[in-house]
Design a protein around this ligand. Structure first.
Ligand SMILES: [Zn+2]
Ligand SMILES: [Zn+2]
Length: 392
């Protein structure tokens, strides 16, 4: 198996660099998904195109094992310029693969190509190539379009590269990996009046000030101190800097909320609203409140984590970390992990060259991680669909 993967590395490296040079934004991955679908078909998989817009699912069945698993790669790039010079630099102004999804796509294709040849497993693998991970809702759209109805999965796995870990190193950790990422808005509705005659109106700005200064009591005084939570007000709009003698009718406030558990997420939603309504009542004005649930937290299930850990140890030996801090970023893989037990692993991307981390204009996926990443996916399928014990 290892020889087969090694022999495919020149092809996969060219493929990765080709994808890097032709980045496409979420739901626009026409070229990328065509390449993916064609390569899967060429390898002999059943291919479903156009699920969730530009999403692709390739299915490989082998033997009579009843278990089905889904492996996820994301395909989209970011709307930002690439500044570093390299032969495979982005050819599209203002778009670049700054999160390594070119690499993720390549790894999963490499695994599909290898497994289609060796077929050393018994069961069904769905290779899920997702559009629009970067905030455009690709995973949700695939689920809404029937991903798990068409391709039932007993478990789902996701992988993301991580600068700072070696390319032959992996972190597989049970529990929270990525935070929920939600938005909220509060509008305080007072009665505008002359700045010199506040008693003739109801001032929403003073109310907003009280609300903002109380906001941090939610993570500080309400949420369990052992549970991470972030509430940030990121936008405040009111009045006009050219009208400094006018108390406005409205103050509009917006922000973000992050948590690592569904319970804390619900708590943040309830508490921000309670504070807004309570403040409005205190100042005899009105408040409108909306909380927009965007992405749930990614929480690794104990069973799938053990399965992924077994495969990681087979491939990476001692270089598997079982303790690694979760990220305050989000990944909509959470929608897949909401439908079946899930595990999201971190594959090393080597040192961050010149500090180029994810979403940096000089970032690049490290091709040295292609071999290890493909080996991990292949080993995971072989173990997951072999009937071998999950716990070792
Ligand atoms: Zn990203
Ligand atoms: Zn990413």
């Amino acid at each position: 198996m290892s020889d087969l993967i090694d022999a495919d590395l020149p092809f996969l490296t060219d493929l990765r660099r080709g994808l890097h040079a032709h980045p496409e934004l979420g739901f626009e991955e026409e070229r990328t998904s065509a390449i993916v679908a064609n390569l899967l078909e060429e390898a002999g998989l059943e291919v479903h195109r156009g699920l969730g817009g530009t999403g692709v699912v390739g299915t490989l069945r082998c033997g009579n094992g009843p278990r089905s698993i889904g492996l996820r790669a994301d395909m989209d790039a970011l709307a930002m310029p690439e500044t570093a010079d390299r032969p495979w630099k982005s050819t599209v102004p203002g778009k670049m693969h700054a999160c390594g999804h070119d690499g993720h796509t390549t790894l999963l294709l490499g695994a599909a190509r290898a497994l289609a040849k060796t077929r050393n497993f018994s069961g069904t693998v769905h290779f899920i190539f997702q559009p629009a991970e970067e905030g455009r809702g690709g995973a949700k759209r695939m689920v809404e379009d029937g991903l798990f109805r068409l391709f039932p999965c007993d478990a789902v796995y996701g992988l993301h590269n991580m600068p700072g870990l070696d390319p032959d190193e992996m972190a597989v950790v049970e529990g929270p990996q990525l935070a929920s990422s939600d938005s909220w808005r509060v509008t305080f509705r007072g009665t505008g009046t002359h700045g010199a005659k506040p008693h003739l109106g109801r001032d929403p700005i003073t109310a907003a000030g009280a609300f903002l200064s109380a906001l941090q009591t939610i993570p500080g005084r309400v949420v369990d101190p052992l549970q991470p939570a972030v509430v940030s007000a990121c936008s405040v709009q009111a009045g006009d800097p050219k009208a400094l003698n006018v108390i406005p009718d409205l103050v509009e406030i917006g922000g973000t909320a992050r948590a690592y558990s569904p319970e804390v997420r619900d708590q943040l939603k309830a508490e921000i609203g309670r504070l807004a309504q309570g403040t409005a009542q205190m100042f005899a004005i009105a408040a409108d409140y909306t909380y927009i649930r965007r992405i749930p937290p990614v929480i690794n299930h104990p069973d799938t984590t053990q399965r992924a850990l077994g495969a990681a140890r087979d491939v990476f030996g001692e270089k598997v970390r079982t303790a690694f801090p979760p990220s305050t970023a989000g990944d909509d893989f959470a929608y897949f992990a909401g439908e079946a037990p899930g595990c999201y692993v971190w594959l090393g991307n080597g040192p961050a060259v010149d500090g180029a981390l994810h979403h940096n204009t000089a970032y690049d996926f490290n091709d040295a991680a292609i071999g290890p990443g493909v080996r991990f996916w292949v080993r995971l399928v072989e173990r997951e669909l072999s009937g071998e014990a999950a716990h070792d």
